[in-house]
Every structure is written in C-alpha cells, then in structure tokens.
Design a protein around this ligand. Structure first.
Ligand SMILES: O=C(O)[C@H]1O[C@H](OP(=O)(O)OP(=O)(O)OC[C@H]2O[C@@H](n3ccc(=O)[nH]c3=O)[C@H](O)[C@@H]2O)[C@H](O)[C@@H](O)[C@@H]1O
Length: 432
C-alpha cells in the first residue's frame, strides 16, 4: 500500500492532522506535504466563500440558470447605492427598481431618472436570455448615473442592506421569470422568482421603516381561459393556462395578504404583450425578426378551426407612462415596525393597447419594415400555455392613472426594427 492510499480524500476527514500517522507522512513525504497544504488552502478558500456576505445560500432552485452574483457591501459600494438613489427633483421619489436590466425595467429606470427621481437598480443578470443584452442595457443606464446592484430578490440580507442604506419611498418590482411557454421547461424558476422572490421582497418591505409603496408587474396571462372580451379587472382570473400565469395570479393574492396584514400599499399592473426597442429575445416579435432576416422559417400559431391567434400588443413607451403614473398615484403604506396602522391602497390595472392584432398581421408588418418575405409555417396552437387571444379593457387605468396608449403596432414595430438593425449590425453597441 502506498502512502497516498492512506491520505484522507476530503478536507473534512483531514481533521486527523495531529495524529502521529499523518505527522509521519508530513515528514517523510514531500508529496504528502504538498497535498496537506493544498487541503489547507482549499479549506481557506471554502471558509472565505461561505462567510462572504454575497454568498447567498439561495437560490433554492438549482435548476434556475442564475449567474453568480458579484460581491456587495463596503463603504464604496454604499456610496454608489446612495448616489444612484439620490432624488434630484423637488418632490421626487426614490425608487428601488428590481429587474432593472430587464426590458421594462431599463425603460422605467431611465424615465424616472430623466424626471429627477432617485433610482437604484437590482438585477441578477440570469441567463434566461442572452445576458449580453442585459449588460448593454446596464451600460446604457450607467451612463445616466443609475447603478444596478447585482443580486437576487431572494437574497434577504442584500435587500435588508439596501433598505438600511436608502429609505426608498417606492419599489418598482419588475424582476420575474417571464415567458409563457418556458414554464413547461423550467417550472422551478417561476416558483423561485415570481413567488418565493416576491414574498422575500414583501417581507423586507413590510419591516422597512418607512414602508415603501410597491408597484409590480402582473400579467395579462392571469385571464387565462376567460372568454369575455375585452378583459376587465373584474373578470374571473381563476383559470390560468400556464404555470407562469398561475405564479402571477398567486402574486396578486400574495399582494392582497401583505396589504391586509401589514398595510403595504400595492399596485399590480397586468401588462399586455409589451414590445419595443431593447425588448426580450424570447418574445415572438423579436425572434421572428431574427429568423426572417436569417431566412429561417417561422411558426405562426392558429386557433381551432383555422381561427386567428391575436394579442393586444402594447408599446413600451405607453407601458412606461402607466408605470410612472402608478408610482405617482400610489398612496403611502400605512404600517410601521412590521405592524399595520390602518388600511392601505390595493390596486390592479390592465395596461394594454385595446386593439388586438392577429399574429399573422404582426408578421406582415415585420415583412414590410424588414423588406424581407418570411418563410411561414402555420401550426395549430400547441398545448403549451398560450391562450388564443388577449384584449384589454383599460377604462380603470384611464380613469385612475390617466393612462392612454398612443402607439399602434405599425409605428411601434418600425421603432423596434430600427433599433434591432442598429443594435445587431453596430457591433451590439448600446445606443439610445
Ligand atoms: O401579456 C403578457 O402578460 C405576456 O406577454 C408575453 O406573452 P405572449 O403574449 O405569449 O407573447 P409572445 O411569446 O411574444 O407571443 C406572442 C404571440 O405569438 C404567438 N407565437 C409565439 C411563438 C411562435 O413561435 N409562434 C407564434 O405564433 C403566441 O401564441 C402569441 O399569440 C410575454 O412573453 C409574457 O412574459 C407576458 O407576461
């Protein structure tokens, strides 16, 4: 038996360091010495890793393709956080924007900053879709003085720290696992972000002093199999067609609970298929554009009996106006010290465009703007969580928020295509 056969194989077992046998090894074999110091070194690295403040024991779902978060904390970091969240306008608000490197998050953050509000971003930069697009959005925001903290909404220690450093008046909660069809591939990631993450955020908000008002992204998908059109906030939302929709609906119920028990002011926004420059590559208008340009065929879903599948596509600038109006009309939370002091505002709004467009028309518009004919493959709507149509009734948002969408699909897609061509042909440079 060689000396090496007797060397413990794990650092844990190597605690027998003081035994006479190991001592003999250390003195008689230089190879054993080398192994010993390697274990010590490895042990130190592990101790450092597990004690570091950024080493979040979550995510609880290992299937979530979240990238490692970088470290946070320290005086320089706190200074950046404070400076980004500093309010510059009179009567401005200070907003924590979760999902700030996402599509809607980037646009909302930039719009708030332009008004002189304080904005701090939070994003975990996961690789659900190309993270380089998220990095380009981050670079864009950085240029206007917005710092995005790299971290997960499940990291309670990080969230608490952010509220220690800044007394946020508002939270714009946009961090989520998006996408209807991907829920069949990775259900755990929806539970992790849209349910566990949301609860973590609300837990921290309810204990914060002062409690912030929260505006957050729900989804038109909560209407599920509802057939009454246009969809009104009063319609039933108890028939979700996808796990994604079910987690967003769960979010609305969770919001009710935190409003009821802790007096948190909560506004849920049901977005209707938001599109535009800097959009999400997992969405149909985005990957149709990519595939049409490549000459690859695209699949257009159709409903039963050759019926059309349609969406109430809503342009990003209209959505941003709805988000800002929601923040501006949000009343203060009423709780303090984790206790409710009085009833607080609880709202849900549809933010749509009120004019559903068949997916086949979306493709025709893209063909015109791209000046390329699409290779089309028509397929029956698979059972993948998609619903045949969406159509928003926005009278409530119109009345309470002054929300009035002004961009039709033709105009909005023109702006998207212009951005797409310049972004992907210009060496992916972040341009406005
Ligand atoms: O309204 C919403 O709340 C939701 O809008 C979109 O979901 P969706 O409307 O399904 O948007 P896309 O995935 O871009 O699909 C748009 C349309 O294209 C259709 N489609 C999709 C993919 C495909 O290959 N072919 C095709 O015809 C879909 O059935 C759908 O009617 C977003 O992806 C969700 O994150 C968001 O919550």
């Amino acid at each position: 038996m060689s000396h090496l056969d007797n060397i413990p194989s794990t650092p844990g077992k190597f605690k027998m360091e003081k035994s006479p046998y190991i001592n003999r090894l250390r003195f008689h074999s230089s190879l054993a010495k080398l192994t010993f110091w390697s274990f010590v070194f490895l042990g130190l690295i592990l101790i450092f890793f597990f004690r570091s403040p950024s080493s979040n024991p979550l995510p609880s779902d290992p299937s979530r393709r979240s990238l490692r978060t970088s470290s946070w904390g320290g005086p320089a970091w706190e200074k950046r956080v404070r400076s980004s969240a500093r309010v510059r306008a009179r009567n401005g608000i200070s907003v924590l924007v979760t999902g700030a490197a996402g599509f809607v998050g980037t646009h909302v953050s930039a719009a708030l900053k332009r008004r002189g509000d304080g904005v701090l971003g939070l994003d975990n930069f996961n690789d659900y879709y190309d993270p380089s697009l998220k990095r380009a959005r981050q670079a864009l925001l950085e240029r206007s003085g917005i710092f995005i903290v790299e971290g997960d909404i499940n990291d309670v220690a990080l969230l608490k720290k952010l509220f220690e450093v800044v007394a946020f008046t508002h939270v714009m909660h946009l961090a989520a696992q998006a996408g209807v069809r991907y829920a069949m591939e990775n259900p755990g990631s929806y539970v992790h972000s849209n349910i566990a993450g949301f609860v973590n955020l609300l837990e921290v908000c309810k204990s914060a002093n002062p409690q912030p008002a929260i505006v957050w992204a729900s989804s038109s998908s909560v209407y599920g199999l509802n057939t009454k059109v246009p969809f009104s906030e009063k319609d039933r939302t108890d028939q979700p067609a996808s796990l994604y929709a079910a987690t967003k609906k769960a979010g609305e119920e969770i919001a009710h609970t935190y409003n009821h028990i802790y007096g948190l002011s909560l506004t849920g926004l049901r977005f209707f298929t938001v599109y535009g420059p800097w959009g999400r590559p997992d969405m149909a208008y985005f990957f149709f554009t990519k595939d049409i340009l490549k000459g690859k065929s695209i699949t257009i879903f159709e409903a039963a009996n050759h019926g059309t599948v349609a969406r109430d596509f809503t342009y990003i600038d209209d959505i941003v106006k709805g988000c800002l109006a929601s923040l501006d009309t949000a009343e203060k939370s009423t709780g303090s010290g984790g206790k409710k002091k009085g009833s607080a505002q609880l709202r849900v709004f549809n933010l749509g465009n009120t004019s559903p467009v068949p997916v086949s028309d979306l493709v025709s518009i893209l063909e015109r703007h791209l000046k390329v004919k699409a290779k089309k493959n028509i397929m029956k709507l698979p059972r993948n969580g998609d619903v045949p149509f969406t159509h928003a009734n926005i009278s409530s948002a119109q009345r309470e928020l002054g929300y009035k969408p002004t961009t039709d699909l033709q105009t909005g897609l023109k702006k998207f295509v212009r951005w797409y061509l310049s972004y992907y042909s210009g060496g992916k440079k972040a341009s406005g």
